[in-house]
Design a binder for this molecule. Structure first.
Ligand code: 3HC
Length: 301
């Protein structure tokens, strides 16, 4: 069944090579998924060789884990490893049909990235963005071919979360949107078409929810109690563990975007700002016996 709002799939263009800008955790997880499901070459780029190597190394490590669990055969593992490569030069995207960016969550940075990619790819190459909250229409606005830009928003961990938010910018044409849905299907994700509105749907809900949990800490509730209080909701992860998974800097950035867009509905927690300023990755820590406690440095912030 065609997802609501998806154009006729006959309009979709084939994807025979994928480029990924950024080689961080989200980008590397995407690289593995694209290689595994589309079975096409995937090139990861970043601003320095160390980051590129780390991204490719992560993908190889995850393939070894799949091999260990017998989810892939030794041959398939080798084939997958050969499909994923790294490069410092976006010229490596020359014959790509689908390039997705997952760089720093800042509009000007993402616009710059797309402008650079556009110099190397064909006019039909889809330019997708994994932004969590920024406007896809703004991101497309400075390009020669804005009609090939589309939002393609994954959730962490990319390998296991089934949902994919596909976002149509004002400029996106039907062929681009159809290609995005066709790729989403090949990736075995449940794709939904969402409005190009701040933080789309999922992160808007999540930011409000996480924001209120952390606001309760601002008001004097302890981190432990704030986390425990969500127990009746039966979530797969407590909010403080989810914060660690998403990354506190990303979460802060999204809540600032939401506050800017809807100041009457979204606040930015002072604890969250302190947490990020201190470079903290986690609220909880675990000792050698697996006992969980709140990091005293976090409580002292
Ligand atoms: N990478 C790859 N695979 C992972 C993984 C990771 N980081 N974490 C877990 N998995 C895999 C495991 O290997 C396991 O696979 P297997 O069955 O093949 O062995 C499977 O997922 C289940 O893992 P576990 O049994 O260890 O753990 P759980 O049953 O607790 O599930 C979870 C883990 C799926 C991550 C679950 O805790 C969950 O759904 N958490 C909520 C995550 C969430 O809400 N994500 C959205 C964040 S918002 C976002 O990303 C948007 C962004 O824009 C900010």
């Amino acid at each position: 069944k065609r997802p609501a709002g998806a154009p006729d799939r006959k309009l979709a263009r084939p994807v025979t090579k994928v480029g990924i800008v950024g080689a961080g955790l989200m980008a590397s997880q995407m690289a593995l998924l694209f290689a595994r499901r589309l079975k096409v070459p995937v090139v990861l780029t970043d601003i320095d060789q160390a980051r590129v190597d780390k991204g490719v190394g992560y993908v190889h490590g995850e393939i070894d884990k799949l091999l260990g669990k017998k989810r892939v055969s030794p041959d398939e593992a080798n084939r997958l490893k050969a499909l994923v490569s790294g490069s410092l030069d976006k010229a490596a995207f020359a014959d790509a049909d689908f390039v997705i960016e997952a760089v720093f969550e800042e509009l000007s940075v993402k616009q710059q990235v797309f402008a650079e990619v556009e110099e190397h790819v064909s006019a039909e190459c889809v330019l997708a963005t994994n932004t969590s909250s920024l406007s896809i229409t703004d991101m497309a606005s400075k390009l020669a071919h804005p009609e090939r830009v589309v939002g393609f928003h994954f959730f962490n961990p990319v390998a296991v979360m089934p949902l994919l938010e596909i976002v149509r910018a004002e400029q996106t044409d039907d062929a681009t949107l159809a290609t995005a849905f066709a790729v989403g299907k090949e990736l075995k994700k449940s794709s939904v078409l969402v409005k190009d509105a701040p933080a789309f749907v999922v992160n808007r809900l999540l930011t409000r929810f996480m924001g209120e949990v952390i606001n309760s800490v601002d008001e004097g509730t302890s981190f432990e109690v704030a986390d425990q209080a969500t127990d009746p909701l039966g979530l797969p992860m407590t909010p403080m563990i989810l914060l660690q998974l998403v990354g506190s800097a990303v979460a802060l950035h999204v809540s600032e975007t939401m506050h800017h867009a809807f100041p009457d509905r979204f606040t930015v927690s002072s604890n969250m700002k302190k947490f990020v300023a201190a470079g903290k990755a986690a609220v909880w820590q675990w000792d050698a016996q697996g006992k969980q406690s709140v990091d005293p440095e976090v409580t002292a912030l």
